[in-house]
Design a protein around this ligand. Structure first.
Ligand SMILES: *[C@@H]1O[C@H](CO)[C@@H](O)[C@H](O)[C@H]1NC(C)=O
Ligand SMILES: *[C@@H]1O[C@H](CO)[C@@H](O)[C@H](O)[C@H]1NC(C)=O
Length: 346
């Protein structure tokens, strides 16, 4: 598998106002208590050596994309279940055609039956916001994409924000800061589609000109290079495991599974669930669960939430205007953005 093959799909052309404030999620619990590790202790260069720049304090790194190469890093260990997290600041200004990915995978080891959990950030032309998607594959389920696409409630180029992937035997949670934005509960019916083999953590920046922004209409413009993504406060928590061993020793991991599931971030408290619902109702503009053209019957892990579903047409595209616009009118609120005409391009 080509580790740079990220960010499949295109992003919509329509702009929107990035107005909603941090206030929206300000009631969410305080930051996670996390142990961060020095870059060199946990990671090594994946490609584009000269464009992986360690920070002076040793705890962070920059990934650069210039006209010669993108770059990437990979965790030195593979982990069986874990919490993978970093504070990331994305490149600013004109970033059309650029893809930044933060993901777990074992595609280098299991070419035909790999597992994967993704954050994929898609750059945009100047003045237009980044978008991102999450996705999940298990045991080589590449013909069953499980993409969701979203906007953010802040400008990810201005400050560092934490992006995290929790992966346990029971569930997967994607977090942006302390807001859970997506939870996948493992169900029996998912079978091998639920990621279950040890994975490494990867992060990459690369030129995805062919399709990343408005279906390839906007290419990477190297006049603005180098494009710099900054990482710090890296977290790798999980049971280091060697997937090549026929049966890796799961017993030796059991304490670590228990510890992982006992962490604060492993539990979606009622407050966090409310934040998740709000996020999804306002910022999610595509979910495979509502794309009935693609999936006649939604895949088994899909939880159909009526207030989410009504945002989408049968095609899975966002309805014109989005439901939150109507809702805000109904509530007579004037502080909510009046513009939300995103079409969730596939
Ligand atoms: C941002 O991009 C515009 C063109 O889109 C350019 O004119 C401007 O100089 C850039 N600003 C910075 C700080 O790079
Ligand atoms: C994973 O896929 C392989 C075929 O590639 C199959 O033999 C195996 O049973 C699958 N495992 C699970 C857990 O579904």
């Amino acid at each position: 598998m080509d580790h740079r093959l990220r960010c499949v799909g295109s992003i919509p052309k329509v702009s929107f106002l990035l107005l909603l404030s941090l206030l929206l999620f300000s009631f969410v619990d305080a930051a996670f208590d996390l142990a961060t590790i020095p870059f060199n202790d946990g990671y090594s260069t994946l490609f584009g050596d000269s464009n992986v720049v360690r920070s002076a304090d040793g705890y962070g790194a920059q990934l650069l994309l210039d006209r010669f190469t993108g770059s990437g890093f990979i965790s030195s260990n593979m982990y069986h279940y874990g919490f993978f997290s970093a504070r990331i600041k994305l490149p600013s200004n004109y970033t059309a055609g650029i893809c930044v990915a933060f993901y777990t995978s074992n595609g280098d080891v299991f070419e035909k039956s790999h597992d994967e959990l993704d954050f994929e950030f898609l750059g945009n032309i100047a003045g237009k916001p980044w978008r991102f998607q999450t996705n999940l594959y298990g045991n080589g389920s590449t013909n069953r994409g499980r993409e969701e696409r979203y906007r953010l409630w802040f400008d990810p180029t201005k400050e560092y924000h934490r992006y995290s992937i929790l992966w346990t035997a029971k569930n997967v949670i994607f977090y942006v800061d302390e807001v859970p934005i997506r939870e996948v509960l493992r169900s029996e019916e998912m079978g091998g589609d639920y990621p279950s083999k040890p994975m490494s953590l990867y992060s990459t920046i690369w030129d995805a000109s062919n399709w990343a922004t408005s279906g390839g209409k906007y290419k990477v413009n190297y006049k603005y290079a180098p494009f710099v993504t900054e990482f710090k406060d890296l977290v790798l928590k999980g049971c280091p495991a060697d997937p090549i061993q026929e049966i890796f020793d799961l017993n030796s991991c059991s304490d670590q599974y228990e510890d992982l599931e006992a962490q604060d971030y492993a539990v979606i408290t009622p407050t966090r669930r409310l934040a998740m619902r709000r996020f999804r109702q306002r910022y999610m503009y595509y979910s495979y669960c509502y794309d009935t053209l693609r999936y006649n019957v939604p895949p088994p892990e899909c939880v159909i939430v009526p207030s989410e579903k009504q945002r989408f047409k049968e095609t899975g595209r966002l309805r014109f205007g989005g439901s939150h616009r109507r809702q805000s009118r109904r509530k007579g609120r004037t502080t909510t953005p009046a513009v939300d005409t995103d079409e969730g391009d596939m």
